[in-house]
Design a protein around this ligand. Structure first.
Ligand SMILES: [Ca+2]
Ligand SMILES: [Ca+2]
Ligand SMILES: [Ca+2]
Ligand SMILES: [Ca+2]
Length: 336
């Protein structure tokens, strides 16, 4: 009898769960709400930035999103908000509130992080927070003459030609020492995958125009390339040197050469590629020993120019490409 009761209990529980699941399936799906913002900085002197709460689909009920604020700036002292919560009207997809900076005479950069603390009629998704710098936009922290909010490097002096950032010189930006197998490895575009010829090094000139005639590229054993007379790289220009072959394509308008000795000879099992000027000064080194010796793709700085090296295919913006000789990792031309 007890067994029978247990059986009935289990059976009715299963039936109740089934009813519950069926109810969930047929009900409206609760929308997911996330935060985003176009601006990343707010001027202390009354500057504004909008915070947008966005749904993944329209709903029939009004959604109310309450935000909490953290960071070094204080709500009510350093900045104000236009509302206590973001309301999203029925059948619309988004609502906003506005942050406004307050002039306090304090010159320190302060941070504001707004985070969803609760949402009525919606589930909180990611990203659930946005961060701003509260900054004196018209001041000039580093004294380089470029106002803080227009200065891409507000704490490092740099010329206007480089958007307020210091020049980095002529640097490696991408290296292919282990071309992918098959025709996918034909980085120089000559229709043949040849493991020596399809190796390449890509340099970015973070500097004024530069005459690199006589500069060299060496591996651990010897000089593998001497840049020929008349190699003049424009400011923010790019140079690609392939191991060999007949490079075919426009390579983003880069200067394209092949190694003067017929190969770069980048040994994937351990080697370095070193760039030297005409006096033998080392300008930059790419050390293969630090990376995967069976990479089967290029390593590129991410972001281009300023970032650390990463495998090309592992960067979402590269959309699966194995390499990008002459262009940014997303295939676009390096900007002026
Ligand atoms: Ca500045
Ligand atoms: Ca600067
Ligand atoms: Ca080739
Ligand atoms: Ca590239």
């Amino acid at each position: 009898m007890t067994k029978m009761r247990n059986f009935i209990f289990i059976f009715s529980s299963v039936a109740a769960l089934s009813v519950l699941f069926t109810a969930c399936e047929t009900d409206d799906v609760t929308p997911i709400v996330t935060l985003d913002a176009f601006e990343t900085s707010v001027d202390v002197a009354g500057g504004t930035a909008d915070i947008t709460a966005r749904l993944n689909g329209p709903v029939n009920d009004e959604v109310a999103v309450t935000l909490g604020y953290s960071g070094t700036a204080t709500l009510g002292e350093d900045f104000l908000v236009s509302a206590d919560e973001i309301l999203i009207s029925p059948r619309s997809m988004a609502g906003t509130l506005t942050l406004t900076g307050v002039e306090t005479g304090d010159t320190a950069v302060k941070s504001i992080t707004a985070t969803i603390v609760s949402a009525r009629n919606a589930v909180t998704g990611e990203p659930a927070s946005v961060t701003f710098d509260l900054i004196d936009c018209f001041g000039d922290f580093d004294g380089d003459g470029i106002p803080n909010c227009e200065d891409e490097c507000p704490f490092e002096p740099g010329p206007p030609e480089n958007n307020g950032c210091p020049w980095l010189g002529l640097i490696f930006n991408e290296v292919l020492y282990d071309p992918p197998q098959g025709i996918a490895g034909d980085s120089n575009g000559d229709g043949v995958r040849q493991p020596q010829e399809d190796e390449f090094v890509e340099f970015y000139n973070s500097n004024f125009e530069l005459d690199i005639s006589g500069y060299t590229i060496s591996d651990d054993d010897m000089v593998r390339h001497v840049f020929p007379e008349g190699t003049i790289v424009p400011s923010k220009g790019v140079v690609v040197v392939f191991g060999g072959g007949e490079p075919t394509g426009d390579f983003g308008g880069a200067i394209v050469q092949t190694a003067s000795t017929g190969r770069l000879s980048l040994n994937r099992d351990g080697d370095t590629s070193t760039l030297r000027d005409t006096e033998g000064n080392v300008l930059d080194v790419f050390d293969i020993n630090l990376f995967d010796n069976r990479a089967g793709q290029a390593y590129t700085r991410n972001p281009d120019i300023t970032g650390d090296y990463e495998k090309h295919t592992e960067i979402p913006e590269a959309e699966g490409a194995f390499f990008s000789p002459g262009t940014r990792l997303d295939g676009t031309v390096f900007g002026q």
